[in-house]
Ligand binder design. Sequence first.
Ligand SMILES: [Zn+2]
Length: 222
Amino acid sequence: MNLHTKKTNTKCICPKCGHEFDAEVYPVINVTENPELKEQVRQFKLFDAVCDKCKAEFDLGYSTTYIDEAKKLVIVMPYVSYRDVGSREFTEITESMCPKDNDTKGFLRRETNSLYELREIIDIVDCGLDDRIVMLLKNIIMRKHKHEDSKIVYISFFREDDGKPVFATRYEDNTTSFIDFPQEAYEHYKKKYIHLFKNNNTVMLDIEMMINSILIKENIDI
Ligand SMILES: [Zn+2]
């Protein structure tokens, strides 16, 4: 099994001054092998580049595979085209270094194209929670707030520095707030519905469909 962290340098063009410079990219990030990389992933630092000529900072778009061998978690993040610097070639290099599906057999596998979501999945698993039940909870909270004055438009899971799980909510009027993670509700819904997810579905669409059918069962307005 070859799940080692892989780091390489890739040429990229500064979108500000046109200078060609080398950026460090991580096609594979194994945080069991390199625990120091986890915080850098959570703070998006591994996805930044600085031009050596004009010193401008950019977001790097490249595909990467995050691996936590100890927790048996693999998160695949394909090439993110909307970021400042990155290219198809870039991605060919990084993709060729990615572990094959067979190398992570039995791992919880997720795919995302957002750094925020990448951090969210890492945090959920670190808190020992099931991401599908967390997603169900988010949906329930949002639906229940639907008729309030300011609707919740987005909820994200976040692990605070002391390890405490919280939900960060953003409202229609652009204000944000943190709410305590509803642990009791989590246990309730987990006990009731975890069996529905027993096939360890990895396809997001399947998970969403499953969540919608649970919302209907729970008589929650969707
Ligand atoms: Zn530059």
